[in-house]
Design a protein around this ligand. Structure first.
Ligand code: IMP
Length: 428
């Protein structure tokens, strides 16, 4: 079966973009199924360094069609900029289709994201401020605007004044914020309609056509499973479903087309924004990893919180998604450590538990129980051959496999496409 999901297994920023760019060598479609331009997927290949927020990470391959699925929310300004910048650097035509059912992030969503965060004060989620949450709120409230509506300007002209009026009431009267201008929103919508029209279509048909034809399709996750609206550390989560269910609803495909579900795990953990993080390192080791790995957000530039690998959380992600393999990224960052800690259980109110408590308050009370494993001499940086991995690195990976109960398919040893070790082929 030709659909292969590549899903963040932690709190996002696991390095999915690089992995998907690598795998897309053998895929005719890469399809993003959730999130918006809160994501930042870095891809480095012969054409340079790309930071995709909305474009799927197969964008640099001439044979790959990139789908922005119905589950994604789109800031069309960001998407159009990304299309033109990326196209300007590629020698071939970017193949892209945007679902007519994907909801639009409108200027008032961005304002609302920011004023709502301000109101939360100390309880702020630490959102990326890109309007993603408010756009999903409107989708659920059935008052959102979809990309397909851009192609129908008369309808848009009928709906927009009332929507903008109501949003401005909320922005000004509830939050004391600055209203958006209806004229400017109209002008934007008209420009988006003209420039995005060539890409907007029933993109789900392209995906299901490729699946029925037996072509390889990569389902590109954004964010991470622990930020999932249903299965993550609520309320410190994003507003969509990065977990595997999101791929089904976010692209309109069925489970029988799945050939594999791979979880992308960083060799340690990071988290951006607020919320519990049991293995967080607030010490010199954490700072050292942050600097060495340049753990600063691709989208917001914020310093990421850093911690040791958490196998309790990792096992939970594997279960929620049904991962059949793990992809370990940024192994090279752990080169040179005398020893490395892995969280194997939590202590919660004096009791040892290997269960991931989904309640954020309980998770916040969990103290990590660590196992210390030896580090390795020598470097893994840029390696491509499993035989060349230092013994300690192989032992570390084996221990993670044991703790998570899944085998490793790929190991990433650097940011470039080719800096990848294939332990077992992921796609047929
Ligand atoms: P939102 O998705 O902008 O609403 O932010 C909600 C939470 O998800 C915040 O803690 C963000 O920092 C986090 N978040 C959203 N997108 C990403 C991502 O791509 N990587 C890591 N964290 C993210």
């Amino acid at each position: 079966m030709p659909a292969y999901a590549v899903i963040g297994a932690q709190w996002g920023d696991e390095g999915k973009g690089k992995i998907i760019d690598f795998l897309a060598a053998n895929a005719s479609i890469v399809a993003r199924y959730s999130g918006g331009n809160n994501a930042g997927h870095t891809v480095i290949n012969d054409f340079g360094t790309f930071k995709f927020h909305l474009l799927p990470s197969g964008a640099c391959w001439p044979h790959t069609t990139n789908i922005v699925g119905n589950g994604v929310v789109i800031d069309a300004d960001v998407l159009l900029k990304e299309i033109s910048e990326t196209q300007g650097r590629l020698p071939h035509k970017l193949k892209l289709a945007v679902s007519d059912r994907a909801h639009l992030i409108m200027p008032y969503h961005v304002v609302l994201d920011q004023v709502e965060e301000k109101r939360r004060g100390r309880d702020a989620i630490g959102t990326t401020g890109r309007g993603v949450g408010p756009a999903y709120v409107d989708k659920v409230a059935r008052s959102g605007l979809r990309a397909g509506e851009l192609l129908n300007p008369e309808d848009m002209a009928l709906r927009l004044p009332d929507i903008v009026h109501f949003k401005n009431e909320v922005i000004t009267k509830i939050y004391g914020g600055t209203p958006v201008s209806l004229d400017e929103v109209f002008a934007k919508a008209n420009r988006w309609a003209a420039e995005l029209a060539p890409y907007i279509r029933p993109a789900e048909d392209i995906v299901s056509g490729a699946l029925s034809g037996g072509e390889n399709v990569i389902l590109e996750g954004a964010q991470g499973s622990l930020l999932d609206l249903d299965h993550g550390t609520y309320p410190f989560v994003t507003s969509s479903n990065p977990t595997v269910g999101g791929a089904l609803t976010g692209l309109g495909i069925g489970p029988r087309s799945f050939g594999g579900v791979a979880g992308v795990y960083k060799a340690y953990c990071t988290r951006v924004g607020s919320g519990p993080f049991p293995t967080e390192l607030k010490d010199a080791t954490g700072e050292m990893i942050r600097q060495k790995a340049k753990e600063f957000g691709t989208t917001t530039g914020r310093a990421r919180r850093v911690g040791w690998f958490d196998s309790v959380a990792g096992r939970y992600s594997a279960r929620v998604n049904g991962f059949d393999s793990m992809i370990v990224t940024r192994l090279d960052i752990l080169d040179g450590f005398e020893s490395i800690k892995v969280c194997v259980a939590y202590e919660l109110d004096g009791q040892r538990t290997e269960r991931f408590p989904i309640d954020a308050v309980l998770l916040d009370r969990c103290k990590p129980v660590y196992e210390e494993v030896p580090g390795w001499k020598g470097t893994t940086s840029g390696l491509t051959d499993p035989e060349q991995l230092p013994r300690g690195a192989r032992d570390y990976i084996s221990r993670l496999e044991e703790l998570l109960g899944i085998p490793t398919s790929l190991i990433s040893t650097g940011p470039r496409r080719e800096e990848t070790v294939v332990m077992r082929p992921l796609m047929g």
